[in-house]
Design a protein around this ligand. Structure first.
Ligand code: AFP
Length: 350
């Protein structure tokens, strides 16, 4: 079974100033470093890029709702306008349910495992995704995103089962996200560092823009929904008090930033450093965000970028999923910041 720690050492991507590298070429270059590779994972990654482009195109049209028609209504061509999160979910399913590369899928939008239709072949991988995270922000033109995660199947052959999908994040072979913001960016890892691509809409290509993404060791931004302060446990409140104290030697008080769209908040944390949190509350003691569709893929990205990701008690990538929609508390970002948060949450400090 392939794990993140088995990954071979990373070869630096050499680009000349001004050199243009498409995501296809980047994936191909990486594949040639593994002479035994079948190309299946590469093909899955191309399809992720395609899905990202299709969803990006629709997200950009969201502001035209008055012109193109509300979700559920009929547009000028007589077609029913779909809700964007339904569109994104369908887009993933229709792109990946054929091709013989997957044996099952799971989506944040679906209660049960998504089988591969019997008329298509089953493959060696499973795909889990949150097709449009943060979609309640769309009408305000705020960044949203898709998050995805790929594992090698566990069962031998035939249709995939829950055993193939209920996994530890450490077993992911690839994970990433697409953020639909002021530009559309695709960020991914196959366990060999983190690479970011920006969509050039004029040519419809993701171009290499962030070759080796690394989260700063420490940052001065904390990100959580502070409206729940009275619902947080004492340990979380004490940590927040600490972050807000005036102590210029340690860079406190920190700044607060919270978009309410995990992909956008995590993307900013990856670039600027600091910590993104969705702690347990007295109302939701297991946290809100989903292990398989949000926590594990983002934890793999953060760790591969040199950061840390914890539930406050354990490494997120060590958590074994027992339910497709299991939730976990989340603390992720710069190593020093997450370490500090864990010290508060585990009672070492307070
Ligand atoms: P939506 O997809 O319903 O907008 O939820 C977004 C989300 O799953 C995640 O992207 C945010 O970090 C989190 O929920 C925001 O939750 P709160 O509104 O409770 O802060």
């Amino acid at each position: 079974m392939s794990t993140i720690t088995d990954a071979p050492p990373k070869a630096p991507i050499v680009t000349r100033p001004g050199e243009i590298v498409t995501i296809e070429r980047h994936i191909l270059d990486r594949q040639t470093e593994h002479p035994d590779a079948s190309g299946t994972l590469s093909a899955l990654l191309y399809d992720i890029a395609l899905t990202g482009k299709l969803i990006s195109r629709e997200v950009t049209k969201a502001g035209l709702v008055d012109i193109l028609g509300e979700a559920g209504s009929t547009n000028i061509q007589g077609e029913t306008v779909q809700k964007l999160d339904d569109f994104a979910n369908d887009c993933f399913i229709k792109t990946f349910d054929h091709g013989g590369r997957l044996c099952a899928m799971a989506s944040e939008e679906e209660d049960e495992l998504i089988p591969i239709p019997s008329k298509f072949e089953c493959g060696d991988y499973v795909l889990l995704f949150d097709p449009l995270d943060g979609s309640s922000n769309i009408d305000a033109n705020v960044s949203v995103g898709s998050i995805w995660s790929i594992y090698k199947r566990r069962t031998e052959s035939g249709p995939g089962t829950l055993e193939d999908l209920l996994r530890k994040g450490l077993e992911q072979v690839a994970a990433g996200y697409v953020v639909y913001g002021s530009s559309t960016m695709l960020v991914y890892t196959t366990g060999n560092g983190v690479t970011g691509f920006t969509l050039d809409p004029s040519i419809g290509e993701f171009l290499l823009s962030h070759p080796e993404m690394a989260v700063p060791k420490k940052g001065k931004i904390y990100s959580l929904n502070e409206g729940y302060r009275n619902l947080f446990f004492d340990s979380t409140r004490q940590y927040l008090d600490y972050l807000q104290q005036n102590d210029p030697d340690t860079g406190r008080p920190y700044s607060a930033r919270y978009i309410g769209s995990m992909v956008a908040d995590v993307h900013r944390t990856l670039l600027y450093g600091g910590i993104f949190m969705y702690p347990a509350t007295k109302k939701a003691p297991g946290g809100k965000l989903r292990l398989l569709y949000e926590a594990s893929p983002m934890a793999m990205i953060m760790e591969q970028a040199g950061g840390m990701a914890s539930t406050g008690k354990e490494r997120i990538l060590d958590v074994q999923a027992t339910d497709l929609h299991q939730r976990v508390p989340i603390y992720m970002g710069s190593e020093e910041n997450v370490r500090e948060a864990v010290e508060f949450e585990s009672g070492v400090r307070g």
